[in-house]
Design a protein around this ligand. Structure first.
Ligand SMILES: [Zn+2]
Length: 478
């Protein structure tokens, strides 16, 4: 019997089903048979051979879904912590991105894929825009297939126009070899639309249409993509319900209307939008246009692949904006529109819907694939009391509280430890990539890339800065 065939039963957890009614079941069990959710309820009968996991004091929720991660960049974890988007573009697009060999893409993807399942992110879109050659693309998929998670490959290549790589025989050959009948959970075309009136991206959209796959595109990115790209896509009939608009942060009402009318969704990367400068995280706008939302972490060159962080920052950014908009009108917000429950939905069902996988993942309901996360940490003072379950997931829990993870019924993390993962081997591969980059770039360029200049701050004149206190008159002398 393989690991996926053995039934699993979680006992006595607080279950966030994320079903249509967002049913929460205290003291409930989740029974997994044949890789799928068989039953959710109190005091379930399980087969004799079932692996029993005590969920007492913990929260059971569906595996989370990240709809936009540049996994290959995980090899550079944290390097760009102080970057802006401009510095990111210069480093990856212009200067150093081409230094990445197939084995470097493999190393980043492997570490990023492991990182995802460790954090309870059971499905990830690998927005893989470092695929300079078919060898790079093979390496990316090899790494994803080496990890027991669900991975959708968003195929991209920042070294060429999408009208070039998407129409090449090598790309077709790759698609035949690795996508049809392969282990990938899905496939997308990943490219951006510059707004060039000649609309050269048409050829890539036509390939996507012919293959019947979705397009994922960085849209509404300050200084890079704007309303023109959305308009061109719309006028040419390439906006579909499967289209994923990443960021969508600097768009006008007109573009949001076009997205809403054609049924697409937005992948919000709040931490990215806040630090890099794509625009204000747009959920406060998307709510008004009734546009479906999923969440994403973008890249570990700044942040880690952790959707707790995404949920927390997204809720905070939305509320921050709502308060500030009101203050500007001398008003006070007494009730927040965006609720913790909604961002948990975005991190699970929202992602599943965006990827056209809502029938199979995103909720703990019978028949769906058993992608299950148990958040439990008896040693953590922040894990009790659990009074507001969705709020607890968003504002209290963190990746270190991810106790057990199932993907399709297979145990990939148990008691806080990854199962069947050779982390040491992944570490060795990443170290070799760092050595290669550091040697090729040279130490000076390596350090300069990580430590961008700080612009001078102009200190404003402050009328309250006094220099002397006169005790006699009890006043400051000016
Ligand atoms: Zn991105």
């Amino acid at each position: 019997m393989s690991a996926t065939d053995r039934p699993v039963v979680f006992r006595n957890g607080l279950v966030l089903t994320m079903d249509d009614a967002h049913t929460v079941l205290p003291g409930a069990d989740v029974l997994v048979i044949g890789g799928r959710i068989a039953q959710v309820g109190v005091g379930l009968t399980a087969p004799d051979d079932a692996l029993e996991i005590d969920a007492t004091g913990g929260i059971l929720m569906p595996g989370m879904v990240d709809t936009h991660r540049h996994l290959w960049q995980t090899a550079m974890r944290g390097y760009g912590a102080d970057w802006t988007l401009t510095q990111y573009f210069v480093w990856y697009y212009l200067e150093s991105g081409k230094l990445f060999r197939p084995e470097d893409v493999y190393a980043g993807n492997l570490l990023g894929a492991i990182e995802a399942i460790d954090a309870g992110v059971t499905t990830t879109v690998d927005w893989s825009h470092g695929l300079q050659t078919p060898e790079h693309a093979d390496a990316a998929v090899d790494a994803l297939e080496a990890v027991d998670g669900r991975f959708v490959l968003g195929y991209g290549n920042i070294q060429q126009g999408p009208w070039e790589w998407a129409t090449s025989p090598e790309f077709r050959d790759f698609h035949r070899r690795r996508v049809d009948g392969g282990k990938l959970a899905g496939f997308q075309l990943a490219f951006d639309v510059t707004g060039d009136p000649a609309f050269p991206e048409r050829a890539a959209f036509e390939v996507a249409r012919e293959l019947g796959v979705a397009v994922t595109t960085h849209a509404g990115v300050w200084g890079a993509t704007n309303d023109d790209g959305i308009r061109l896509m719309h006028e040419n009939g390439f906006m579909t319900p499967s289209t994923v608009y990443v960021h969508a942060a600097t768009l006008t009402h007109d573009s949001y209307n076009r997205i809403a009318a054609t049924g697409g969704s937005v992948s919000v990367s709040t931490e990215s939008e806040q630090s890099a400068g794509q625009g204000y995280p747009p959920t406060w706008q998307l709510r008004h246009h009734d546009i479906p939302v999923s969440l994403s972490m973008d890249t570990s060159v700044w942040w880690s692949g952790d959707l707790f962080s995404a949920m927390r920052s997204t809720l905070g950014a939305d509320r921050s904006r709502e308060h500030l908009e009101a203050h500007a009108k001398q008003e006070t917000i007494t009730h927040c529109h965006l609720r913790a429950e909604q961002v948990v939905e975005w991190a699970t069902r929202g992602g599943a819907r965006a990827l056209g996988m809502d029938a199979t993942i995103g909720a703990l309901t019978p028949g769906r694939q058993a992608d299950v996360v148990l958040i439990k940490n008896d040693a953590s003072p922040a894990m009790f009391p659990i009074l507001n379950p969705h709020g607890h997931v968003v504002f209290q829990a963190q990746r270190a509280d991810v106790h057990t993870v199932l993907v399709g019924g297979r145990v990939v993390k148990r008691d806080g430890r990854l199962v069947g993962v050779d982390l040491a081997a992944a570490r060795t591969r990443v170290a070799a990539t760092i050595d290669h980059l550091r040697e090729t770039m040279g130490e000076e360029a390596w350090q300069r890339g990580m430590n961008p200049d700080v612009p001078e701050t102009a200190i404003l004149e402050n009328p309250y800065q006094y220099t002397e206190w006169d005790a006699g008159s009890a006043q400051w002398k000016h």
